[in-house]
Design a protein around this ligand. Structure first.
Ligand code: TA6
Length: 266
């Protein structure tokens, strides 16, 4: 399925209806997202890069696909509007026989992108359309372009987190000059909301909402990931707006929105 293009001034967003996944966002002359040069765009496998959506679960599950099925389903476009100051794109996914075979619940998921010249706001709203309560975990698993070598994100200094690599609770370093995050990293940081990532001469400001944690991920050198081009791991950091600490329970008719707003400055 061909990607959709959304434009506001010279800010351009490309979204694949497969997974409702942002693939690139060019603002102020640079792509703010990172996409693997060897990403599989056939519409059969998850796409490595951009902003994959994890739902109805985050991470691995013995009896289902990693990070759930939202990123490997075809979403319907329900709204695309471009007006002077902003452009808006909304895609929707509902349960089907295929989704109920791996997760036996009725739901509606709506992914909205609001684009401005220097800003992209993303919101994933999950609604329980079933007759019983169910729970989910999820994330906006964004891959952001940055030079990983020498990275130092002061917002992480001293923060408690779950270190998924060491399988333990830990604290980020807060000494001067320490690489932050250390690479490789796979960390769940409870409550963290705002971060600022260097992107060449400019900054990407990230603001999460409706999350219980920010996930920070980079596999480091020799990642052994088939669809990651050689050296690609040095070019991105995943900073994910996530609901992962405890499953989020939704009663019939209830909704929850997981969001992330990106703003470019400099
Ligand atoms: O968000 C971090 C993480 O859950 C890592 O543990 C790592 O496996 C990554 O996502 C990528 O997962 P994927 O299924 O896309 O290969």
């Amino acid at each position: 399925m061909s990607p959709l293009s959304l434009r506001c001034a010279d800010s351009v967003l490309t979204v694949s209806p497969f997974g409702a996944q942002a693939l690139s966002w060019t603002s102020k002359g640079a792509d703010r997202l990172w996409l693997s040069q060897t990403a599989d765009l056939s519409g059969r496998l998850p796409i490595r890069g951009g902003v994959p959506l994890c739902f109805p679960w985050f991470g691995k599950k013995p009896d289902g696909p990693s990070h759930g099925f939202a990123r490997t389903e075809h979403w319907q476009v329900v709204e695309q509007v471009e007006s002077g100051k902003q452009a808006l794109l909304t895609l929707e996914l509902s349960d089907s026989e295929r989704t109920r075979a791996v997760w036996p619940h009725r739901f509606r998921a709506r992914m909205q992108f609001v684009l401005r010249a220097d800003q992209l706001a993303m919101a994933l709203t999950i609604t329980n359309t079933d007759h019983h309560a169910w729970s989910f975990t999820g994330a906006l698993h964004g891959y952001f372009a940055t030079e990983v070598a020498g990275l130092n994100l002061p917002e992480l200094a001293g923060l408690p987190h779950i270190d998924k690599l060491a399988k333990s609770e830990s604290l980020f370093d807060d000494g001067p000059g320490a690489p932050l995050p250390p690479i490789p990293v796979d960390a769940i940081v409870p409550g963290l909301t705002t971060l600022r990532l260097p992107q060449g001469a400019s900054w990407l400001h990230l603001e999460n909402r409706g999350h219980d944690a920010t996930v920070v991920w980079n596999p480091g050198p020799n990642p052994g990931i088939g669809d990651l081009h050689p050296g690609g791991e040095a070019q991105f950091l995943c900073l994910e707006s996530a609901w992962v600490l405890e499953p989020k329970v939704l009663k019939p008719g209830e909704s929850h929105t997981l969001g992330q707003r990106l703003t470019v400055t400099g």
